[in-house]
Design a protein around this ligand. Sequence first.
Ligand SMILES: *Cc1c(COP(=O)(O)O)cnc(C)c1O
Length: 365
Amino acid sequence: MGAAPLLLNPGPVTLSARVRAALAGPDLCHREPEFATLQAGIRHGLLEVYELDPGQWSAVLLTGSGTAAVEAMVSSLVPQDGRLLVLDNGVYGDRMARMAAAHGIEHRVLRQPWGEAIDLAALERTLATEGPFSHLALVHHETTTGRLNDLAPVLARAAAAGARVLLDAVSSFGAEELDFAEGALVACAATANKCLHGVPGVSFVLARRPALAAACSPARSLYLDLSAYWGQQEAAGTPFTQSVQAFYALREALAEHREAGGWRARRQCYRVRMQRVNEALREAGVQPLLEPGASSCVLNAFRLPAALGYETLHDRLKQAGFVIYAGQGALARSAFRISTMGELSEADIERLQRALRTALGHSPH
Ligand SMILES: *Cc1c(COP(=O)(O)O)cnc(C)c1O
């Protein structure tokens, strides 16, 4: 068997040898003090990624994929008498609206064509005419299209309208700037296996302590009750079995992230990689989906050449050792996506550039 292909899909990512080795750590009972130390270290390390004050913020760890953390945040932090406004400009905004519906949370959805920027005038109108809203939920990096939603103007409008913001930062945490100083932002959800380079299985919510203390009671869910996890984790416990091995991997991934220079260095690393991907695609005549400057450093979406089906492109690149990602929903037949997360060397990126040129029918120069 040859080497496994490198993952250019938006999580899970190709692991470093160091994170992979951490998976083989000792068997450990989640009721033993060694686990409490592991858990406390990760909670602290997550706050350190954005230098958050542990007196104001707290990290809550869950065993589950990113969606589990987002659903725990939405279902736990909007109180029984709360009202939620969901901004939807992609699959993950839509998913939060579906969570609100599933949990019987009173909500409105401000829906926009996928790929478009958030319409601030429409947001202002909705806040003015359909409010008040206790909470507003949006996605930071909408992975559907690669768009990095501009948070500052949304946070300002939410603050002016008295709405607290719940952020899906699953595909941006650890690599993009997040303005935690803005008071309207009360919580964000993310995962181990995207920009932090851990393995799938652990996700987390970072929230302001007062927001956690005011969590919905009675809880809407037993397993996703953030308040229960928080209470027990503050007391060095856990309500349920956690994925111990995924915790080991996340501890190591956080150490690696810190030693490499934190989120700024990771953003710079992804930007350089993405520039190289864009160069190769431009030479092959492939256009980006979004306007310049709108995409995250984590993932870009591109228009699929009319003459080439996605499966053909995917299979050619997989043959060459790279897994890319299809478009979602209405973009399934017209776009493809490439992420720059994970353990990739300079040589890997050069090989990827050559593979892209070849797969798109242009021979390497
Ligand atoms: C990946 C992702 C999620 C969660 O996906 P899982 O498959 O549950 O890990 C949520 N939101 C965004 C923006 C994502 O990119």
